[in-house]
Design a protein around this ligand. Structure first.
Ligand SMILES: Nc1nc2c(ncn2[C@@H]2O[C@H](COP(=O)(O)OP(=O)(O)OP(=O)(O)O)[C@@H](O)[C@H]2O)c(=O)[nH]1
Ligand SMILES: [Mg+2]
Length: 322
């Protein structure tokens, strides 16, 4: 026990008590310090203290979007696809590639307001002696937005957000787009607010469930098409390390049906499993998918304002000003 004597001249407990008291703890003049209580109290205060900052570094929820939208009009990339298609892993891979020094084609990384969210994804993907520990399935009610600030060669800042929701909400939405189902509401919000879409095609599901998986992908694709207004869509053949195992009739017909459905459209193969050496599917295509969407988004936000040449007999219409 620590403490001190209330009589200033007494040196107990370091030296014997000036009154001759053998056990200083029983001395009526001794004041014990209640160390444990103090520490516990101190700890409680720290735990209870909440941050006053409105920025936590975690992935955004919808009501935190103003943190970004107050400075620029962010571009939202809607990640769409059925459950287990590899959507969350794709986001983890993008961040991992940037951390490893890879870059987007036209944009430099200029920061992120969701660094803890990205880090969490990255740590779940880290290679453990050849095996890839994947993130757990995204819960049905969860809707997170991950942020990058990017700068192009003209030093223009572009805020980009990526949505991450459970695949189940897209399957629900594809069955009934006007349903009041609260979970499908997440898919509806992503659909209304995204500037561009990635549509995930799960190669593994096409191998295992064949036409059943194809029908589900097409249902989501058709839903994506219904009010698209020429927003760009990139079909991402995820888990393409297995693509060769898909029946060619299924693969070819799905490819054609998707091409017929969309106009502002591209497709690409990606994977998270590295082949030895530089790997096109992993190192190149994951980023190239975003490059293509960013290019399309920038094109649509900078419309060509050049006037078409007019030739008329009317002098007034032909007047170009001097
Ligand atoms: N073969 C292969 N499997 C992969 C690859 N990427 C992911 N997977 C597998 O796909 C599973 C699902 O990945 P997620 O990223 O969680 O899929 P998701 O689309 O986010 O799933 P939900 O959140 O449930 O909608 C992982 O647990 C892995 O088993 C890949 O590149 N190749
Ligand atoms: Mg997920």
């Amino acid at each position: 026990m620590t403490g001190k004597c209330k009589i200033a001249e007494c040196g107990a407990p370091e030296i014997p008590c000036h009154n001759g008291c053998e056990d200083f703890t029983t001395c009526p003049n001794f004041i014990a310090e209640i160390v444990e209580k103090k520490t516990k109290k101190g700890k409680l205060t720290t735990d209870e203290k909440k941050s006053n900052l409105n920025w936590t570094g975690q992935a955004f929820s919808l009501d935190e979007l103003s943190l970004i939208s107050s400075r620029t009009s962010p571009a939202l990339i809607g990640i769409v696809g059925k459950a287990d298609a590899g959507k969350t892993t794709f986001l983890a891979m993008i961040y991992t590639l940037l951390l490893n020094g890879r870059t987007f084609k036209e944009f430099n990384f200029a920061g992120t307001k969701t660094i803890l969210g990205w880090d969490e994804l990255h740590h779940r993907l880290r290679l453990k002696q050849g095996e890839v520990p994947f993130p757990p399935p995204t819960p049905v009610g969860s809707h997170r937005l991950y942020h990058f600030a990017l700068r192009n060669r003209d030093e223009q800042l572009k805020d980009v957000l990526f949505s991450d929701a459970s695949g189940e909400v897209f399957s629900l939405w594809s069955i009934n787009r006007d349903d009041d189902d609260e979970n499908a509401e997440i898919a509806r919000w992503i659909y209304s607010n995204s500037n561009a879409f990635m549509l995930f095609i799960d190669c593994e599901a096409l191998i295992e469930q064949k036409n059943l998986a194809k029908r589900e992908i097409m249902r989501i694709a058709k839903q994506l098409c219904h009010d698209l207004k020429n927003r760009p869509v990139i079909a991402v053949w995820s888990k393409s390390d297995k693509k060769a195992e898909i029946l060619s009739t299924i693969k070819d017909s799905l490819k054609t049906e998707l091409e017929n459905l969309f106009s502002n459209y591209q497709e690409i193969e990606i994977s998270n499993f590295l082949e030895p050496g530089p790997d096109e599917l992993v190192h190149k295509n994951n980023l190239a998918a975003i490059d293509w969407l960013l290019e399309k988004i920038m094109l649509s936000s900078n419309p060509d304002l050049t006037l078409a040449e007019t030739n008329s007999d009317d002098l007034f219409i032909n007047y170009k000003g001097k």
